[in-house]
Design a protein around this ligand. Structure first.
Ligand code: ZN
Length: 127
């Protein structure tokens, strides 16, 4: 047996993967819904007033697309977290290599960093 460092016991791995996959799926579904909303809003725009450059509807579409983009980024972070589970690195801080607390992983299951490194990253702007 190798001395490979892991924080994820095999018995917990399936439960973690299930939780991450469910969250990822919900967020992906949300992103699809937001894209659909934006597409519908664009399709039903009132083009009768071409001089009304930016309407409330345009702003709403912009906000919706921003939310969709954020959701897609979140899906990507969940994909990375799922890969880390498979690699045995899930739960280890990508900056210092220390363990990420279970409370933090429950709150932010796709987090890459422990709280200390996360705070340092936000202070230095290297998020
Ligand atoms: Zn750390």
């Amino acid at each position: 047996m190798t001395a490979r460092r892991t924080t994820v016991e095999a018995k917990n791995r399936d439960a973690i993967l299930e939780r991450l996959t469910a969250r990822r799926s919900a967020i992906a579904h949300s992103a699809e819904g937001l894209h659909g909303e934006a597409a519908d809003a664009m399709e039903h725009r009132d083009l009768s007033d071409l001089y009304d450059v930016e309407t409330v509807a345009d702003v709403d579409v912009g906000v919706t697309l921003t939310l969709a983009t954020r959701a897609e980024r979140s899906v990507s972070t969940f994909d990375d977290a799922i890969a880390r589970v498979a690699d045995g690195d899930y739960g280890l801080c990508t900056t210092c290599g220390g363990k990420i607390t279970q409370a933090r992983l429950r709150a932010l299951p796709a987090t890459l960093r422990c709280i200390r490194c996360s705070r340092m990253a936000s202070l230095t702007g290297s998020c």
